[in-house]
Design a protein around this ligand. Structure first.
Ligand SMILES: [Zn+2]
Ligand SMILES: [Zn+2]
Length: 306
């Protein structure tokens, strides 16, 4: 087992961001200016503006935040009622134009084969593509397990948690992993108003706060998703996985097997801040889940071992 660092080998730091964000450009309550001011006050470094069916590629900086270009595309069907929402994040290079409207499918889709060309099109137009809120969309593995090209999947969505308790989807992501997909996890707000901001975010390790550096780090998986805990470091040294985090009730190292987990806890609920985990041979991947005393979670990306 080679030495490895979850956040890459370049010098840099973590930048906190929201990758799924609505404004008055679609059905959000706040203008981009108001919205970014709120995230700036909450200590964020960047946001993507991802309104429904309209691409944002306006100002790159607003209220001291880096703004990433983006959009949320959707495809729908009525029988059985279901949809797929695809959050896409770009850079200021090629791809969609500012204010470009995108009706991904003019009619209804009938099955996964109708949706794949939409993903292909978003990817071809230089976007990082996230499968959003699978449970809210009434979808499961049989609906999206054949998709290729997805960069990430939401493991947490604040708006869906508040709307109908479909906010957590890390089990759906876990299923994607143990069935062989290589896909990253993101936590987002999908915020539309003021009561759904700051519940889930990503911490991206990048060399600088620029669109290209953040996108490159997202594509490389040099980030983690969180609703609370911080993962300060995660690396492999001499065949052992080392995780350093904020005070947590438990830290779990999970792999692809049924029951494939090691749970690190301390007697009396003493906080866990560092885990040293010997890596076994023959695993496809390991990933780390941190849970704090308020039962807020953070999810590392998988370290693929095969
Ligand atoms: Zn959506
Ligand atoms: Zn949304």
């Amino acid at each position: 087992m080679q030495n490895w660092n979850a956040f890459g080998s370049e010098k840099g730091r973590f930048y906190r961001g929201n990758l799924h964000n609505h404004t008055t450009r679609s059905d959000g309550a706040f203008t981009p200016e108001e919205n970014t001011a709120r995230f700036a006050r909450a200590g964020y470094d960047f946001v993507a503006i991802t309104d429904h069916r309209i691409y944002y590629r306006g100002a790159q900086e607003m209220n001291g935040l880096l703004v990433l270009p983006g959009m949320e595309a959707d495809v729908n069907r009525s029988q059985p009622q279901q949809c797929h929402h695809l959050v896409c994040i770009g850079t200021s290079g090629q791809g969609f134009a500012h204010d470009e409207r995108y009706n991904a499918l003019p009619g209804e889709y009938t099955g996964p084969a109708d949706v794949q060309p939409v993903i292909d099109n978003l990817k071809a137009r230089d976007n990082f593509v996230i499968l959003a809120h699978p449970f809210w969309s009434h979808t499961n593995y049989s609906d999206y397990g054949s998709f290729t090209g997805l960069d990430a999947m939401e493991v947490f969505n604040t708006g869906c948690l508040q709307e109908d308790d479909t906010g957590y989807s890390h089990m759906a992501w876990s299923e994607m992993l143990y069935k062989g997909h290589r896909i990253w996890a993101v936590a987002t707000d999908d915020n539309h108003r003021d009561n759904d901001m700051g519940g889930g975010w990503v911490q991206v390790f990048a060399k600088e706060l620029s669109q290209s550096a953040i996108l490159n780090a997202l594509r490389a998986g040099h980030f983690y998703a969180s609703c609370g805990p911080d993962i300060h470091a995660m690396y492999v040294e001499d065949g052992r996985l080392i995780v350093e985090c904020s005070s947590c009730l438990r830290v779990q190292v999970l792999d692809q097997r049924i029951g494939g987990h090691t749970t690190y806890e301390l007697p009396g609920g003493e906080p866990v801040r560092r885990v040293v985990h010997p890596l076994q041979e023959g695993l496809k991947y390991v990933r780390v889940q941190c849970v704090d005393a308020a039962y807020k979670m953070a999810w590392s990306q998988p370290l693929f071992l095969d």
